[in-house]
Design a protein around this ligand. Structure first.
Ligand code: SF4
Length: 202
C-alpha cells in the first residue's frame, strides 16, 4: 500500500520537460518543511491505495485525456515510500515514468526521468542537500532561488542540466539569476519560470 495525496492531469509546469501534459501522482508526506513550499496539501491529504488501484486510475485518466503516456510521481517526497513496484507496473503498461524528489532519500528505482531538487533545509542532513548517489542517475537538477545567498548552495560540479527557478516567478529574482548565469558562464544552468502558475493553474 502507498499513501497518496492526489492523482490528477495537468501540464508539467517546471523544469526541463515543462510544457508536456502528464498524469501526476502526488505522494503524501515530506521529510522537509521548506518556507516556500507550494504543495503543503501533501502534508495533510492522505489516502492509502495499492499499486493496482493507482495504475487503474492512471489508465482511466490517460484514456480520458487523449492517451497521455507521461506520468509524474511527485510529492511531498515520494522516496519516503518504496514505490518501485508502482513504477514497474506503470512501465509494463507502457507509461514513461518521471519523478520529482528533494534527493535526500536514496532508493534504486528504475525510472525514465529523475528530477532532483535539492533544498537548503536538507543541509543539516547532507552537505550539498542531496544524496550523491543521485548525481549519476538524475536527468536534471532544479533549484528554487529566493535570493543571491542561494547561488552558493548550487552544486557547481553537476554536469546535468541545472534549472534555476525564481521563487513565485519573481521577476527581480529572475533577473538576478540571468545575471548570475552570465557571470558564471555555466553552460548547463538554465533560467525557467513555473509556467503553470503563469497560466493560473495551481
Ligand atoms: S521538499 Fe518540496 S514538498 Fe517538501 S517541503 Fe520542500 S518544497 Fe515542500
Amino acid at each position: 500500500m502507498l499513501d497518496i495525496c492526489e492523482i490528477f492531469v495537468s501540464i508539467q509546469g517546471e523544469g526541463w520537460r515543462q510544457g508536456t501534459s502528464a498524469v501526476f501522482i502526488r505522494f503524501y508526506g515530506c521529510n522537509l518543511r521548506c518556507k516556500f513550499c507550494d504543495t503543503r496539501v501533501a502534508f495533510t491529504k492522505k489516502q492509502s491505495m495499492d499499486e493496482k488501484e493507482i495504475v487503474e486510475i492512471v489508465r482511466r485518466l490517460s484514456r480520458k485525456y487523449n492517451n497521455i503516456t507521461n506520468i509524474i510521481i511527485t510529492g511531498g517526497e515520494p522516496y519516503l515510500q518504496d514505490f518501485s513496484n508502482l513504477v514497474l507496473q506503470l512501465k509494463l503498461s507502457g507509461f514513461f515514468v518521471c519523478v520529482e524528489t528533494n534527493g535526500t532519500i536514496w532508493r534504486e528505482i528504475p525510472l525514465d526521468w529523475i528530477c532532483v531538487s535539492p533544498k537548503k533545509s536538507a543541509k543539516k542532513l547532507l552537505q550539498q542537500g542531496y544524496d550523491k548517489r543521485f548525481k549519476d542517475v538524475a536527468n536534471e537538477f532544479k533549484y528554487v532561488i529566493t535570493g543571491k545567498h542561494d547561488f552558493s548552495f548550487i552544486d557547481s560540479k553537476i554536469t546535468k542540466p541545472v534549472i534555476l527557478q525564481p521563487v513565485n516567478n519573481d521577476l527581480k529574482i529572475a533577473l538576478m539569476i540571468f545575471k548570475q548565469i552570465k557571470k558564471c558562464s555555466m553552460p548547463n544552468w538554465f533560467l525557467r519560470f513555473q509556467i503553470h502558475k503563469l497560466m493560473g493553474i495551481l
